[in-house]
Ligand binder design. Structure first.
Ligand SMILES: Cc1cc2nc3c(=O)[nH]c(=O)nc-3n(C[C@H](O)[C@H](O)[C@H](O)COP(=O)(O)O)c2cc1C
Length: 254
């Protein structure tokens, strides 16, 4: 079944090569407006969007986000910040911490953080789909979670904030064929169950068919082996995990 919305979702692909023309102001406004229409936990809009306009800052982020030069060439870059700081500031400014008969003062905890990340990511994906509907491609940059100390300083992020995703936007320079995403054994009923050996073999074979149609990289005898080498064990994931531990410590006021 397809309708215009499903068609937009169907043709979306990550875009990494951009027409250098800046996006029109109305396009940027429409995308931001759509992002703000996304559902948010408790209606609290627990995120802030940073528009990265300064070319020098983009150039730096292209290096600090695991050396991805296309970031510097993206016409529009947004960072989606999980943000509880603004609510702490609102509570403070509204005298909440002086009221005795409501819950005592506490700091935002891991639950607040996950809700804020959910809000920020749902808004980001809404922006991605809105952009796609206007013919504007996008690419997430998860590596904005790396180099926490540097990114907190570069983006001026206070304690109860965390850059959960960066998204580059721009018109694709060339037409891209949509790729099929692997969906085997994705939906379970009522209760999670770990896949059995036969099912794991099916998953591995399907992934290989979709993502390595021209053969596996040298040294790998199955697609999971290629992923293990290229996505699970490389140095950037060590940095990602070190840095996220730093963000979490910071959020907990340590
Ligand atoms: C959380 C997240 C982080 C990502 N980070 C990067 C990134 O740092 N660099 C990049 O080129 N693509 C990044 N991507 C894009 C994925 O590689 C891409 O979505 C995936 O390969 C599927 O391809 P498609 O988006 O074209 O369907 C990221 C996607 C997500 C959802």
């Amino acid at each position: 079944m397809l309708n215009p919305t499903l068609e937009v979702i169907e043709r979306r692909r990550s875009t990494r090569v951009y027409d250098p023309m800046p996006l029109a102001a109305e396009e940027r406004e429409a995308i931001l407006h759509a992002a703000l229409r996304a559902p948010t936990a408790g209606g609290m809009v627990l995120y802030t969007i940073l528009e990265v306009e300064d070319q020098a800052l983009k150039d730096r982020l292209a290096v600090t986000c695991d050396d991805q030069p296309f970031i510097a060439k993206a016409p529009w870059v947004l960072v989606f910040i999980a943000d509880f700081q603004k609510w702490l500031d609102l509570f403070e400014a509204s005298g909440c911490f002086e009221i005795d008969d409501i819950a005592p003062r506490r700091s935002p905890g891991p639950g607040d953080l996950l809700l804020a990340c959910s809000d920020a990511l749902i808004a980001a994906q809404t922006a991605v789909i809105a952009a796609e509907s206007l013919g504007i491609g996008s690419c997430y940059i998860g590596d904005v979670l790396e180099n926490g100390e540097i990114h907190a300083e570069l983006l001026g992020l206070p304690a109860y904030t965390l850059p959960i995703a960066m998204v580059c936007f721009g018109r694709p320079l060339k037409e891209q064929e949509p790729i099929e995403h692997f969906g085997g054994h994705l939906v379970h009923r009522d209760r999670y169950r770990r896949l059995e050996a036969m099912e794991l073999a099916e998953v591995a074979a399907d992934l290989e068919r979709l993502h390595a149609p021209h053969g596996l990289p040298p040294g790998a005898t199955s697609y999971p082996q290629a992923v293990y080498r290229r996505k699970f064990t490389p140095a950037y994931m060590d940095e990602m995990n070190r840095s996220v531990a730093w963000w979490l410590e910071r959020w907990q006021g340590r």
